[in-house]
Design a protein around this ligand. Structure first.
Ligand code: WT7
Length: 650
């Protein structure tokens, strides 16, 4: 982790606060300060979250200090909490899922119907030999069969691994090998931004790249499933049809049993496994869906994230369904290629809550306010954003032109590792501050510290650290003595804290206690809300013939985060356009086309210090069309000018 990537400078704190509308506060799930008080006496407060669920066996304690485990002794089943109990409460006819396909087709599942489909899928999984604790991989786009398969896995206690369909076959196979999974659910293809993308070949690749037999179940999206079905292939429809009417008793799982793995990018070249648990995770998901997103059973709720990411796991599937609401699933949403579509969707379905990303909001803003203005968005009650910092201007735009100044906007800070929200405002309690995420949630302790681990003054940037265990924390943290995620010799020094998780983000706290997140300080970059380990991309590029070395950085151009790859060739005789093509192809094959750099820039050398470290800060500045700063640390300062003039010539 080179020091020069650590961006601790303070951003301009927002100087205004915005009160949530009274009409919102009056009906909010959480509007009493007293709710916050019950968290003040330690971890007991989190019981409010656990109480939102139905337990088979009650937990012995909220948190066990010795084992670092939440809700020990408790047992429950996640699919029972998301389905059966709503049906038992007489809400079987209420809509659970409303799906809109890219080609305009729609499908609706009531809670009754969803339960039936989950039962048949769970029985199908069993018929394939899947047992409790077997790992099932779900490489599926935004179709109803994905949440169905997740809930079916949860029903029989088989942890799932959802792999975003933007990932390549190689990346999929790598995740199956790492997790030891031999069952794969996929689709023949899907639609993205108007293009039909085939997944068939990718499932074939898995067969050769995973050193054990893989059973594949294929959902028919293009009507091409029967053709070429191999011996260990099953067509989803006929398999599930065979088990129609089955009833599968939900398996009783311990609070700390695994619910799923999700792979994310860390600072090594390999994907990093994050394991979420059954009791703590689901309680956290349900509680934050209730307290932050203000979800109610009668709402129509829309989160535009792809289920392949943690946001989709927690806030498309588990949190909202645990609360028994209506979830809108839009196949084309995460790309937002049509200017009117989002607003048409909100109008048509009477969406109450819309949760999206700053990069989508910046896109809407660029397209213009006339698009939302042309639709009746008065059904909206709450707006939310997640994934990266939102600048005050984009926040304001969203608040005014989408929310009509009548909906609170929650800026929710969290990570794949945290499972659910940790820092945000509670919309029924707090004033909002555009640009600042808000406060650590009740029960969450966050500190911004300097390199020595000391708390910094208000307004000063530092390392954002969580200093108490939280309900949705992953297994990787509860099984570790101390939870520093980074090497011990790296700043910040957290040895004085009993518990400390370093988020790898920098942030500052202002005089009023609002946390403003600045960004990552490690070698992980966020582009369009996607998280990429620069190492992962760089090692894919370094494998290309003719490449000596590569550095991948993010920058901001035209208000959008972009990714640049700086490549130094090993062999000057090769043609740049050929190497460029090979670089892009390598990234596409190793990781996926969504990880393609926006620009591949050739340079005879990378900017290096005398000790040979690449100075990424300068490349970030170049990527952002900024005047590069101090080059005095460089062994080869002339290189900066060279790169800039080659870019000017383009
Ligand atoms: C990183 C985590 C959380 C689900 C989606 C992303 C950045 C996330 C915010 C926010 C500023 C944010 C951080 C964090 N981030 N939300 N509201 N304000 N930054 O999950 O891919 O694990 O990425 O996203 O840098 O560390 P992820």
């Amino acid at each position: 982790m080179p020091d020069d990537r650590r961006t601790l400078e303070t951003r301009e704190p927002a100087d205004e606060t915005v009160e949530p509308p009274e009409s919102f506060v009056e009906q909010a799930n959480v509007s009493e300060e007293s709710v916050l008080e019950c968290f003040e006496e330690g971890r007991q407060g989190w019981e409010r979250a656990a109480e939102l669920l139905d337990w088979r066996d009650g937990y012995d304690a909220v948190f066990d200090e010795d084992s670092n485990a939440w809700l020990p002794g408790g047992s429950l089943n996640v699919s029972e909490n998301c389905l059966d109990r709503h049906v038992d409460d007489g809400r079987g006819d209420a809509r659970a899922l409303v799906w809109e396909g890219q080609a305009g087709e729609t499908r609706t599942y009531s809670y009754d119907e969803l339960l039936r489909e989950v039962n048949a899928t769970a029985a199908s999984l069993r018929s394939l030999g899947v047992e409790e604790n077997d790992i099932v991989t779900l490489y599926m786009p935004m179709v109803p069969e994905l949440p169905v398969a997740m809930l079916a896995c949860a029903r029989i206690g088989a942890p799932h691994v959802v792999v975003f369909t933007g990932y390549s076959a190689e990346a999929l196979a790598e995740r199956m090998r790492e997790s030891g999974s031999s069952v794969l659910f996929t689709c023949d293809g899907y639609y993205r931004g108007g293009d039909a993308i085939s997944l068939r070949n990718r499932a074939e690749t898995v067969r050769v790249s995973v050193p054990w037999e893989v059973t594949t179940v294929i959902v028919d999206r293009f009507g091409s499933v029967d053709a070429g079905t191999g011996a260990s292939d099953y067509a989803y429809d006929s398999l599930v049809e065979e088990h129609a009417g089955a009833s599968v008793e939900p398996v009783e799982r311990d609070s700390n049993d695994e619910l799923f793995y999700i792979y994310t990018s860390g600072t090594t070249g390999e994907p990093k496994r994050v394991t979420h648990t059954t009791g703590g995770y689901l309680s956290h998901a349900a509680w934050t869906s209730h307290a932050v997103l203000d979800i109610k059973p009668d709402d129509t709720y829309w989160c535009s994230a792809d289920i392949g990411w943690i946001t989709g796991h927690t806030y498309v599937v588990y949190g909202p369904l645990a609360l028994g609401t209506t979830v809108l699933l839009d196949e084309g949403a995460s790309d937002f290629t049509s200017r009117s579509k989002p607003w048409k969707t909100i109008e048509e379905y009477g969406v109450d809550i819309f949760y999206t990303s700053p990069s989508a909001i910046r896109k809407f803003m660029k397209w213009g306010e006339e698009y939302p203005a042309a639709h009746d968005l008065s059904s909206l009650r709450l707006l939310g954003t997640v994934g990266e910092p939102i600048n005050p201007r984009a926040w304001r735009w969203f608040y005014e032109h989408v929310g009509d100044e009548d909906c609170p906007v929650v800026d929710t800070w969290w990570q794949t590792e945290t499972g659910g929200h940790l820092i945000t405002t509670l919309p029924g309690v707090h004033d909002m501050k555009p640009g600042a995420a808000g406060f650590p949630l009740p029960g969450v302790d966050a500190e911004v510290v300097d390199a020595e681990g000391g708390r910094v003054e208000p307004g000063t940037g530092g390392y954002l650290t969580i200093t108490k265990p939280w309900l949705g924390m992953p297994r990787e943290l509860s099984t570790r003595e101390r939870w520093a995620e980074h090497g011990d010799d790296e700043p910040p020094d957290l040895s004085e804290f009993e518990h400390a998780y370093f988020t790898e983000d920098s942030a500052f706290v202002d005089e009023d206690g609002y946390v403003t997140v600045i960004g990552r300080v490690d070698d992980v970059i966020k582009v369009s809300g996607h998280r990429f380990g620069t190492m992962e991309i760089e090692s894919a590029i370094a494998d290309v013939e003719g490449v000596a070395e590569a550095a991948v950085v993010d920058g901001r151009r035209d208000g959008q985060r972009v990714m640049d790859a700086y490549v130094s060739p090993s062999d000057g005789s090769l043609r740049e356009d050929e190497v460029r093509g090979a670089v892009l192809k390598a990234v596409e094959e190793k990781i996926g086309s969504f990880a393609r750099p926006d620009r591949v820039v050739f340079t005879s050398e990378l900017p290096k210090t005398t000790s040979g470290k690449t100075v990424r800060r300068l490349l970030t500045e170049i990527a952002s069309d900024e005047e590069p700063g101090d080059t005095s640390v460089l062994r080869n300062p002339e290189i900066v000018g060279e790169i800039r003039s080659s870019l000017r010539d383009e």
